[in-house]
Design a protein around this ligand. Structure first.
Ligand code: MG
Length: 256
């Protein structure tokens, strides 16, 4: 099932998205999409709505250096244990919303990533049981002020600006995340092209590691790391991240 969130002339709603590409229908979900969603009976043509970020997260947890080739291009080796950091939930935006480059940074990069969306409150989840804690998967761009990442020594500012966490276009609930193509395209040119099978820590290990540290809540989002090929974006460009089996997340880039 594809779960999303849309704005229409009737307001904002969680929806299930069904039907063939170009003719999708959005079925309104009562309340929230967790557990077994119930439907109100109201529907819209998806084209008559605007897709928003598919979920409102209480926190966004990210894995650093989870692909060996990206760790190499950052000038080091991948650490044995996962490196985790947070992006504030205020950095989340939906498809089509401009990524705003702050004037304080000279280099703002894309990082295409597979994102996990948590489906229930959980703590100390074993890797083998991770699927039971996961609602589904979406596409993310872990936008990073690369110069400030180096300057600050920690990454809160570099990763935390408003608009630095595009998510979408929706959550796919029926997906095996173990070997999916992941591609980032900037202005029509492919910049990152890899597969999730090249992750150093897989989805189960990531959920086990993070949930050993902190309680995960429904809607929390985990960014699983970016492959090699990172690079800067400038105002006027358009960036698209595609994960096989989910879809494409596209955002324009502007200067503040
Ligand atoms: Mg990243």
């Amino acid at each position: 099932m594809r779960l999303g969130r849309v704005a229409s002339t009737d307001g904002v709603a969680f929806v299930a998205i069904e039907g063939d590409e170009g003719a999708e229908v959005a079925r309104e979900i009562a309340e929230h999409p967790f557990g077994q969603p119930t439907f109100t009976g109201r529907t819209w043509q998806l084209s008559q709505t605007r897709l928003l970020a598919p979920i409102l997260a209480s926190k966004v947890i990210c894995i650093g250096k989870n692909y060996a080739d990206h760790a190499e291009e950052m000038g080091g080796r991948a650490p044995e244990d996962p490196i985790i950091f947070l992006k504030p939930n205020t950095s989340i935006v939906g498809p089509g919303v401009p990524i705003v480059r702050p004037p304080s940074s000279d280099r703002v990069d894309y990082e295409g990533e597979l994102a996990i969306v948590i489906g229930r409150p959980c703590k100390d989840v074993r890797a083998a049981a991770a699927a039971s804690a996961i609602l589904g998967y979406t596409v993310a761009n872990d936008v990073t002020a690369r110069d400030q990442q180096a300057l600050d020594g920690q990454w809160t500012r570099a990763k935390g600006y408003d608009t630095f966490c595009p998510l979408g276009p929706w959550i796919e609930t029926s997906l095996d995340p173990s070997d999916l193509a992941i591609d980032t395209v900037l202005d029509g040119e492919t910049r990152q092209s890899s597969r999730t099978s090249r992750m150093l820590h897989d989805v189960g290990e990531i959920v086990e590691w993070i949930s050993r540290v902190m309680t995960l809540l429904p809607g929390d989002v985990i960014l699983t790391g970016t492959p090699a090929g990172i690079g800067p974006m400038t105002a006027g460009q358009t960036v698209s991240v595609t994960v096989e089996g989910i879809g494409t997340l596209t955002n324009p880039v502007v200067d503040k």
